[in-house]
Design a protein around this ligand. Sequence first.
Ligand SMILES: [Zn+2]
Length: 393
Amino acid sequence: MFSFSVAKQDKLARVGRIETSHGAIDTPYLVPVATSASVRTLDSFDLKKLGAQCVLANTYHLFLRPGDTVVKKLGGLHTFMDFQGPIFTDSGGFQTFSLGLGREHNINKLGFFPEGKRSEQKQKTLARVTDAGVHFQSIYDGSRHLLNPKSSMRIQRNLGGDIIMAFDECTSPLSDYDYTKKAMERTHRWALESLRYHDRKQALYGIIQGGWWKDLRDASTKFITDLPFEGIAIGGSLGHSKKDMHAILDRLVPQLDERPRHLLGIGEIDDIFECVARGVDTFDCVMPTRIARRGNLYIHPESGGRVSNKFRINIKSGKYKDDGKPIDPHCGCPTCRSVSRAYLRHLYSINELSYYRLATLHNLHFMLSLMGQIRESIKSGTFVKLKRKWLKG
Ligand SMILES: [Zn+2]
């Protein structure tokens, strides 16, 4: 069972609801990432406490560990990880990039270098793409595997998610026009194959590729939206800057129909506002949980964030050594209601495991609560005002 309805629209921003047999997702929504059937450092009790409506698990990682057939034998992901809400699974297509050119050149999807500078030490690529599929080498034990539309659909069926993704080739910001075109055409052939092989009880999203070239994005949008997918995902390289990403969405989203729209792998606070304003319904991003583990905690821009990033504080800073305030006085998460910045800094500095859970609880609660505020603002026609308030300066 799958349906989507838009309740209210404010310019292009829209509030809607995705219904699945495991419950509903109120959109816009940032889907917490549970790569290996776990939102890192949290358990299913925490997810319930946070009111997480859905999660997204990773096909490639679960295929390798513990194996999709193991998950199937144990009742599928909902039972295996004890999460009864809707579950998305990605297709493994992103790993064509992350284990290929992304790994080789140490870059992310927007061409940024994760640690701020290009790594001098290039790593060996672990993915090779042909028309037959993607030949992977496991990051865990070096074993070799082939993923293609047929096997990706089989793995996603075994995992048992509610919303699954077509198998695609995610290209790199370093790919040139000719290669991006070739990869896009391959993605289109794989979209047809994914439709042929997927389990019809699962909702299948098609993925638009085409890099940052207007004609390719137009062609891919036309091709994918003409097919009977339940939802549309936007994937691949979105240019070399946030400005490029906005330009791509400005062009692409007005060409889409009513079906739900998912933007793959995006989820910084400013990105959420900019992409919701352009009509995106759901996102998935490891950012809130990953940065929490590295000491970066979200904060309302008026609660005193860093000069370099007003949405974050770095709990490692010496200035929090005896700071008795919660991370953010405006936050109602279990962490902010119970412990101080000084305590969290202390836990971090002695590498205490409870830090990771407390920090992740805060960052995830912060983002899910922000998504709730965004939905309310669209309903009441004040989204533009809310966006301005958060992004000003
Ligand atoms: Zn908090």
